[in-house]
Design a protein around this ligand. Structure first.
Ligand code: CMX
Length: 426
């Protein structure tokens, strides 16, 4: 990883110079205020974090290093990883080096497979995935070098070696989870002749004669690669990183947050909603029957998964990217047809209720349906796909945070006494 290390040396030096200059001149300027409702409201809307890998705009969606995500969908996931890390897409030489490094690091240690095989059969795929990552912590080079007493300015270089190993091996861990949990345990090895994303699709063992499933997975990996620094898993990751824990600890910890139903499980929820609807509506799937089902869902006090967003105020561009794929590769898929009819009627129904801020489809509205279409029907596994993609953003954030030597995270908490003394009785 000689070229990558050299490039990052410049990137990190520039970041440090910028931060130093900005703080020298503007360090005392205010970026945000926090009111009591925000303290009790998940800190929504308060600015308190720095993350340069990506940003999310309410009316335009995700930008990776300033480039709209839908302009990047024709790139390989590993190119996107490089972009997240360095700010530029790799040239041929840089991509070749990265792919060689991935190939050299993608092998799954036998002890990880054995660990996963020992777990109870009812273990959730996310538990298995996170344990698989954590089991590899003994390999951390950063951890060993730290114990030897390396200078702080070199921390990121050893963290980078860990990051490349973990990024490379993640599809092998994730595929082992699937094969062990759902397919009797026979593993399919990583093929160094294939790219990273295609390898993941192949190691799952889903029949894929014309590569459509592999292309879908590569698109999925690109679209979910990163989402700023304040979402629950990215924030968890940076808090763990800030303690100088290595990336095996921080990534596994971040994915424990991703496993929550309010975060990474939404694509599984949307698919379950569609499957339930299919059972209820039967073969008579029209906009009228779907509309009635959606109205009944709302009347029962439930949300319609796959619609709405905490930040976006338009249809998620990542939904559009998946829809383009569906129109091209599987326009007649019953699952896609169902999504298509849902998106034709649900926004108006939600708008008519007058309280939903953004009634438009989000990325989870469609992603699970396409994976289901190609034959991977075990919905409890779907968050693992999210994890394999998001490992790119998390690792890039970790390396850059090491590079700028983020100090240990420690915001101040307040208690009732503080609130009474400083607000209620003031
Ligand atoms: N179906 C029914 N009601 C919905 C709704 C939906 N899809 N989306 C929002 N609402 C409701 C909210 O529950 C809220 O109701 P109450 O006032 O009774 O609590 C009201 O509309 C206002 O909510 P909002 O400001 O529009 O949305 P929030 O920022 O509070 O929540 C989100 C955003 C995503 C949690 C919400 O839209 C939702 O629950 N959607 C369905 C689940 C889903 O698809 N999640 C995946 C999100 C994708 C992502 O995070 O990337």
């Amino acid at each position: 990883m000689e070229l990558l290390t050299k490039k990052l040396e410049n990137v990190i030096a520039t970041m440090n110079q910028n931060i130093k200059a900005i703080l020298a001149e503007h360090g005392e300027k205010q970026v945000s205020t926090v009111n009591l409702s925000q303290v009790f409201g998940g800190l929504r809307g308060s600015i308190g974090l720095f993350c340069d890998t990506s940003s999310v705009k309410a009316d335009e969606g995700l930008f990776v290093r300033g480039q709209a995500i839908n302009d990047l969908v024709h790139h390989l996931p590993e190119e996107i990883f490089y972009l997240l890390l360095t700010g530029t897409l790799p040239n041929n030489e840089e991509l070749t080096e990265l792919r060689d490094d991935i190939n050299a690091n993608a092998h799954l240690p036998d002890y990880v497979a054995q660990t996963l095989k020992c777990l109870p059969a009812n273990s959730h795929p996310m538990t298995m995935f996170n344990l698989g990552i954590l089991a590899m912590q003994n390999e951390s080079i950063f951890n060993k070098k730290y114990a030897e007493g390396i200078p702080k300015t070199d921390y990121w270089k050893y963290a980078l070696q860990d990051a490349i190993r973990l990024m490379a091996v993640t599809p092998s861990i994730a595929a082992a989870v699937y094969r062990i949990k759902f397919c009797g345990g026979e593993l399919i090895p990583y093929d160094t002749n294939l790219d990273w994303g295609t390898n993941y699709a192949r190691m799952l063992g889903i029949p894929d004669a014309n590569n459509d499933f592999a292309n879908l997975i590569k698109l999925y990996l690109v679209l979910h690669c990163d989402h700023e620094g304040g979402n629950a898993s990215a924030y968890t990751n940076s808090v763990i990183d800030s303690t100088l824990s290595d990336v095996y600890y921080s990534t596994s910890g971040a994915f424990n947050a991703l496993a929550g139903p309010l975060h990474g499980l939404a694509n599984q929820e949307t698919l379950n909603f569609i499957l339930e609807m299919q059972k209820t509506v039967g073969d008579n799937i029209t906009e009228e029957t779907i509309s009635k089902y959606a109205q009944d869902t709302l009347a029962a006090g439930r949300v319609i998964p796959g619609f709405g967003h905490a930040v976006l105020r338009v249809t998620d561009p990542r939904f559009n990217a998946f829809e383009t794929f569906a129109k091209e590769h599987c326009p007649d898929s019953p699952m896609y047809q169902m999504v298509s009819k849902l998106t034709a009627v649900v926004p108006n129904i939600l708008l008519s209720k007058g309280k939903v801020t953004s009634p438009w489809p989000n990325v989870d509205c469609i992603s699970g349906s396409l994976i289901y279409h190609y034959g991977l029907t075990q919905t409890s596994y779907y968050t693992v796909f999210f994890g394999v993609s998001r490992v790119m953003g998390l690792l890039a954030q970790s390396i850059l945070n090491r590079g700028i030597r983020n100090p240990i995270t420690r915001p101040k908490s307040i208690d009732f006494k503080w609130i009474n003394d400083n607000i209620v009785n003031k």
